[in-house]
Design a binder for this molecule. Structure first.
Ligand code: PLP
Length: 464
């Protein structure tokens, strides 16, 4: 007799697992189609999992975003949010292309400087920074997003000792998300602006920033408009250099076709997952591309009709934008080697594929969620075409170490020694939760430059 758990784990009436193919940049497709032997050698030689990072696509994303702001008539400085990927190659690309870097703390700041990004192009946005980080920020002329009046006082004291001025953004809570743990309340902001005036020998108030959860372009535009108001107020109160509005990160990324994403959400149910896992929510994988979202923010009507970009231009406001995920869109993927296949199709309708490595190298657990785009199956030998439902497990001793809880409809049976490729993993997936659990080495990152049509791809290990 079946237990209720077994019933839950059986495939539903819909039968086949839902296919959610990941969108692919043409260069990624070309690499997978034409240079399979190189990828296999790298995975064999450097170990599983292996992260492949593609700085040329990162550079292309910078160009696209720059163009979006320029076409919207907005003056904007792009700072790459370094937290989204630890690879040094992206910082080097940022320095080469003349964009800045947004860092949360001293180790990221050091990496940004070592990668060649000048201090005046570095923003520091971690909450309640300590004095050591303040000292570095002041020495290098970085832009510091200050979270509280007490942090502002500490920063001013540090700048006074160094006989310099600190460049400051006042991070302010927005009307839409007044409960955010980041930033100043209206009363605190009022006090901080007054203090900036009093401490003008050591504090240069450059503008305002905010932290917003979610991907609503309208909400981000409205918050930016509030910050323009704060700049105008600060100028009236004796801080003429208040000219920057930092709209943060949060530009969306499209991983899968939007229609498919809508269909997925309609059909999604716990029976589609190992252990009938019921997730509360997912990243919006079918969202609009980042450049389109940037255009929508800048074109958003504010104050009875004019666009946000037009209002900013009228008041001499320059935007700062801190994309992480968006600049990394398509700029990397992750390969795992299949270590074992436990074929439970007769018992419960799907197999468990165990890969060398763990789910810490494909993080969504921080958000208690699953990385949903289907992995690709690369096999050395062709197999019979037949849908093979399987979830993917890590090779640690934790029951919860699932790389993919969702049952994937692989196009043929998965075999030991096959490779799985998770596409578009550079933004947060690769390394934000990586762990040396079980004394495992952290996965390598192979930087591949494709070099254009007909060229031989060049690879090296990441590092400065
Ligand atoms: C202050 C700040 N800037 C930028 C980002 C980057 O966000 P995203 O990767 O969604 O663009 C974050 C994300 O947490 C952030 O907190």
């Amino acid at each position: 007799m079946l237990t209720s758990r077994q019933v839950l784990e059986r495939p539903t009436a819909h039968g086949r697992p839902f296919a959610l193919p990941a969108l692919r940049h043409p260069s990624v497709s070309a690499l997978l189609a034409d240079h399979r032997a190189l990828l296999t050698d790298l995975l064999d030689g450097l170990g599983s999992p292996l992260h492949v990072v593609l700085p040329e696509i990162f550079e292309e994303n910078i160009g696209r975003l720059r163009q979006a702001f320029a076409e919207a008539g907005a003056a904007a400085d792009i700072l790459f949010a370094k937290k989204a990927n630890k690879a040094d190659c992206y910082v080097t690309s940022a320095a080469a292309l003349g964009i800045g870097v947004d860092v949360a703390g001293a180790p990221e700041l050091v990496k940004a400087l070592a990668g060649g990004v000048p201090g005046h192009r570095i923003g520091i946005s971690g909450p309640e920074k300590d004095d050591a980080l303040h000292r570095l920020a002041v020495q290098h002329g970085c832009l510091v997003a200050v979270d509280s009046v007490s942090e502002l006082r500490r920063l001013a004291a540090t700048a006074r000792l160094a006989q310099r001025q600190a460049n400051v953004l006042l991070r302010s809570r927005t009307t839409a998300q007044p409960g955010s743990r980041f930033g100043l309340s209206a009363a605190e902001r009022h006090a901080a602006v007054g203090l900036c005036g009093e401490l003008s020998g050591h504090i240069s108030l450059r503008g305002f920033s905010f932290h917003l959860n979610g991907y609503s372009t309208a909400e981000r535009a409205t918050a930016a408009n509030e910050m323009i108001g704060h700049c105008l107020d600060a100028r009236r109160r004796g801080s003429p250099s208040a000219q920057l509005v930092d709209i943060g990160g949060g530009l969306p990324v499209r991983y899968v076709e939007p229609q498919l994403w809508e269909d997925f959400l309609r059909q999604n149910e716990p029976a589609h997952y190992h252990g009938a896992k019921d997730f509360n929510g997912f990243y919006p994988y079918g969202g609009q591309p980042a450049a389109q979202a940037a255009r929508a923010i800048m074109a958003h009507p504010v104050d009875g009709g004019q666009t946000l970009a037009a209002k900013a231009a009228r008041h001499g406001i320059r935007f700062v934008v801190e994309p992480g995920r968006a600049l990394l869109d398509q700029a990397g993927f992750t390969m795992y080697r299949v270590q074992q296949v436990d074929d439970r199709r007769d018992a419960c309708g799907y197999a468990i594929v165990t890969v060398a490595g763990s789910s810490f190298s494909l993080s969504e657990q921080w958000f208690n969620s699953d990385y949903l785009p289907d992995p690709l199956l690369l096999s050395a030998r062709p197999g019979a075409a037949e849908v093979f439902p399987a979830c993917v497990a890590g090779s640690t001793c934790l029951e919860s170490d699932m790389v993919t809880w969702r049952k994937i409809g692989f196009p043929r049976p998965v075999r030991r020694g096959d490779h799985l490729v998770y596409l578009n993993t550079a933004g947060y997936q690769m390394d934000s939760n990586e762990s040396p659990f079980h004394d495992a080495a952290l996965p390598s990152k192979a930087v591949i430059r494709l070099g254009g049509e007909g060229a031989r791809p060049r690879w090296r290990l990441d590092g400065i």
